[in-house]
Design a protein around this ligand. Structure first.
Ligand SMILES: [Zn+2]
Length: 271
């Protein structure tokens, strides 16, 4: 009897170990494979930031895109057709965030839902005894532990207009990274060599400056939406970090430094 149990446990262990090794080999193969020529062609014409990447990073991004397309499922909303173009353009922008973050992956995200254009989101709140419903217009949404919801026209335009500091895909996927701690609060999981207290200090400082600038009617490189709360601030700062890196480095050097350490990237040197 005991021998039977031991044999069963050992068998299950071998089975799980075997499956895990197989999965790891599959992932490694996807990461090492070049991007199919038709996918590269899409990126060359629709995602200018792809062309600006240093060779080594582009190679890593290619692998991540292969893996993303193999593991994440895309669904079209309101009859929207999911084409290769839709999948590749979205995957490239999402994966850019983790291109140099060793062993980081959008683990809890399994699906991306794509609307043809901006969509309305149903939100409810209770006021006294009354349930109030409102339907804000959205270009994207990120839910805790996935999914991400996007409007295709905004996702495509965001990719093409690479230097306007607005990118809905990066914004929503920055929320996904932020949520790795279990809470989306603008304090993502930092790397070992990053100081949490310095991160908090730099972000609180820049956040307060954005709010003060807004109140005083002064210009700030960050979109006013970033003043909503610290989670939106991190997502908005991420968009500007990738799309207007030199100006961000000039105007908010400490913030640029923390984001550069977090993403392990220096986009100010790409353009
Ligand atoms: Zn947001």
């Amino acid at each position: 009897m005991n021998l039977l149990i031991i044999t069963l446990i050992a068998g299950a262990g071998l089975f799980i170990g075997g499956r895990w090794a197989l999965q790891r080999r599959k992932t490694e193969a996807l990461m090492a494979a070049p991007l199919p020529a038709e996918h590269r062609k899409i990126l060359r014409s629709r995602v200018p930031i792809y062309n600006a990447l240093p060779h080594e990073l582009r190679k890593r991004l290619d692998g991540l895109i292969n893996r993303f397309l193999a593991e994440k499922k895309f669904y079209g909303a309101q009859g929207f057709e999911i084409t290769d173009e839709v999948r590749v353009v979205i995957a490239a922008q999402a994966c850019l965030l983790i291109v140099n973050k060793e062993n980081r992956w959008f683990k809890t995200l399994h699906t991306i839902h794509v609307y043809p254009a901006v969509f309305t989101s149903r939100m409810a709140r209770v006021e006294g005894n009354v349930m109030m419903e409102h339907r804000p217009v959205r270009s994207g949404e990120s839910w805790a532990r996935g999914p991400v919801i996007l409007s295709w026209d905004q996702a495509a335009y965001g990719a093409f207009a690479a230097h306007d500091g607005h990118n809905v895909v990066m914004h929503e996927f920055a929320h996904q990274l932020d949520n790795e701690t279990g809470v989306t609060d603008g304090s993502p999981l930092l790397d070992k060599d990053q100081s949490a207290s310095r991160w908090a200090h730099v972000f609180q400082d820049a956040y307060a400056r954005l709010r003060a600038d807004l109140e005083a009617g002064r210009a700030n490189i960050l979109d006013p939406y970033g003043a909503t709360n610290p989670a939106e601030f991190f997502a908005v700062a991420t968009e500007v970090f990738f799309e207007r890196p030199r100006e961000l480095r000039e105007e908010e050097p400490a913030l640029y430094g923390e984001l550069s350490a977090y993403y392990q990237l220096d986009p100010a040197e790409w353009f």
